[in-house]
Write a protein that binds this ligand. Sequence first.
Ligand code: NAD
Length: 471
Amino acid sequence: MNLNDAYMMTIDGALTAGETTIDVINPATGAVFAAAPDCSKAQLDAAVEAAGRAFRTWRKTPIAERQALVAKAGDLLIANADEMARLLTREQGRPVDAAKIEIARAGAWMKGVAELTPPVHVLEDSPVQLVEVRYMPLGVVCAIAPWNFPVSQSMWKAAPALVAGNTVVLKPSPFTPLCTLKIGELFQSIFPPGVLNVISGGDALGPMMTSHPGFAKISFTGSTATGKSVMESASKDLKRLTLELGGNDAAIVLPDVDLDAVAPKIFFGAFYNSAQICVATKRLYVHEDIYDGLRDRLVAIANATKMGDGAEQGVMLGPIQNKRQFDRVMALLDEARKSGLVLLQSAAPATGGYFVPVTIVDNPPEDSRVVREEAFGPILPMLKFSNIDDVIDRANASEYGLGGSVWSKDADKAMEIARRMETGTVWINQNLSLRPDAPFAGHKHSGFGVENGLEGLLEYMAPQAVHVARS
Ligand code: NAD
């Protein structure tokens, strides 16, 4: 794969330039370093039409064959992870080693999804009749991905959609289109023309896609605000919908933990990828007896963690991915500072890049913006608690319900708290761990529908009940 080539869309198996282009910026420098195609309406129509044509054959391809091709694509991604990682670092900002992990894990994820098979439920098999429920694909899927994990989030959609027998038009974020475009190109050696189309474009392309009548289903990952617009747009022609949206995950730390052991894990869960993770810990509730001890350890880790250009050796945390998000995070910090909240901050490089220092907000009021809102940047409010019922209520008092974690040596007590958390995923003594066979579903405003697991696969299918008379 030649990563230095011009970046092209893949439509109906053919590399396709845009009539115009959009700039792609390296967030570590703030400078434009590449151009990506800006898909026109006619090119979108061509992609949807090609996917519709390919669907007729792809849906009839035996599922074992579709699974084998998706697994093969996963292997190809893994084989290209090292080469592609530097490009991912340039467009997304994270360190090269972490970029490699994202790409290789996305490949492994595809292989995991390829092991899922939709069930056939036999409800009655008697001399009178056979009644069974089986699942069929939907048609052309519109897949829209965010900028925080451009490769894995795209493959989380493409892999199950293709295994289920649908065809796909995939759009990465305008901030991070390059690796996904290259993956579209790479996978043409595997999938028949039109089965997986990859297009890119500016802010106008997303709404153009969600209102396109040729799609049977939209799978969207992004902010809750955009998710609401997508849902509105999908309602016009009743497109099926999966929305993976924002989160404001709470971690609850009980007083019996080993502080030295848990502090690095909690830091990682809050700040990995410079906190640009939907399921990052975004509110840290700590029992008052251990609050100071955990806070001091987190501050020490922050000071020992190098932030900078992800292309440099030794850098652990990169910049915020784009200027729009950087401005949002800086405005949140500014307001916290003006409200007199105590901010404990590490150093951030003073370059032209979008760097925000790792910031721990020391016990802010529960109703402050920095607690209520999803920062999606390295700002972590730490809050004290003394009563379990009270802290569970505070953790649940959020419009979001994506993930959460409980930290304790007492497994039974931790499990009891976990069961009371109103979130789609909950971790005990760990965080961020996800797998392709486990459903990932945001409760409340964190989503609509499910990704991953058999439940996620079935979101790309519709049930069909077959009643066969035998007498
Ligand atoms: P975003 O909503 O700004 O954009 C997401 C995608 O939607 C991009 O590709 C964008 O071009 C497109 N888009 C923008 N407006 C659109 C519209 N009106 N119609 C259709 N498409 C449109 O989100 P983002 O800033 O890229 O991502 C950050 C957000 O994503 C955070 O809130 C984060 O929590 C969330 N996220 C959620 C998950 C999850 O699985 N729940 C995973 C990753 C990120």
